[in-house]
Design a binder for this molecule. Structure first.
Ligand code: PAF
Length: 285
């Protein structure tokens, strides 16, 4: 597996792939890889001639300095996992390489209404930061397909909008959430949970699952309230937001018959660790 650190070397590598006419799969990550990432990598390896993974903790998508500083960094283990999974190249630049001009002259991306709700409201600037890094990475790696996890449900919708508004030629492939055996959605941030917090964390998914049953004979509002009340009652846990939305537009729904695809998106704090998850209430298939 090739380890690439500079934009120049990545461009050269990509030119070589074009000469070979290779189909390229791309998995953008911030490292601290777990089985969730590795399921994206596995799919990319199986669907493309060449797989490139980026490992870059993108400073400009963190609106909280502390969260950025505490974000786990496990580069050596990450590279071992990626090599063993059959990845061809890993692109792992540093921040100066990615943003030589710092934060100046930032372009404002058109990300649509999907970027204005939930994470867009609670993490101002977050999606602009994600858009900027992905715009650079997509133009550099020029993949045929890019793989994203559905745990970040809103991110997938926003990335699709970015691709459309920038006219980028890449297929966005959304892959199902990977969970631990107790239901907790896999996340790099899980490694920051204390033993006690880790024991409480599965309550998030258990409550969401229960709420799907509950929703069958209760309103959207009652379903919302039962989730929030239940999780807020767990000591040390605080719901930041829970929104039941149309999965395509991410606009809030008030009635179950408003859409054939409805998803509940949640963000919960356990101490200072911020976890997100989601669940489908209605599916079009
Ligand atoms: O989902 C993530 O890990 C990040 O938001 C991404 C897509 C790698 C951009 O930094």
């Amino acid at each position: 597996m090739k380890i690439i650190r500079t934009l120049y070397d990545m461009t050269e590598y990509r030119v070589g792939l074009r000469e070979r006419n290779a189909s390229v799969g791309f998995v953008p990550t911030m490292g601290a890889l777990h089985e969730g990432h590795m399921s994206l990598v596995k799919q990319a390896v199986s669907e493309n001639m060449v797989t490139v993974v980026s490992v870059f903790v993108n400073p400009i998508q963190f609106n909280n300095k502390d969260d950025f500083e505490k974000y786990p960094r496990t580069e050596e283990e990450d590279f071992k996992l990626l090599a063993a999974a059959g990845v061809d190249a890993v692109f792992a630049p540093d921040a100066r390489e990615m943003y030589p001009e710092g934060n100046q002259n930032q372009k404002e991306y058109k990300l649509g209404k999907a970027a204005e709700v939930m994470e867009g409201l609670y993490r101002p600037g977050h999606f602009q930061g994600v858009a900027r890094v992905l715009d650079i990475l997509f133009r550099l790696v020029d993949p045929h397909r890019a793989y994203f996890g559905e745990k970040d449900f809103q991110q997938v919708a926003v990335v699709r909008n970015l691709v459309e508004s920038e006219g980028l030629k890449v297929d966005i492939v959304a892959c199902p959430i990977k969970r631990a055996s107790d239901g907790l959605a896999l996340s790099s941030r899980n490694s920051r949970l204390s033993k006690e917090q880790r024991e409480k964390a599965p309550e998030i998914y258990q409550t969401l699952k229960y709420s799907v049953e509950y929703s069958k004979d209760h309103s959207v509002q009652a379903t919302h309230d039962t989730v929030v009340e239940h999780l807020d009652a767990v000591p040390g846990m605080r719901v930041e937001y829970f929104q039941i939305v149309d999965a395509r537009t991410l606009a809030p729904v008030e009635e179950w018959d408003e859409s054939d695809w409805i998803v509940g998106c949640i963000t919960v704090y356990l101490g200072d660790v911020r976890l997100i998850d989601n669940i489908s209430y209605r599916l079009p298939y």
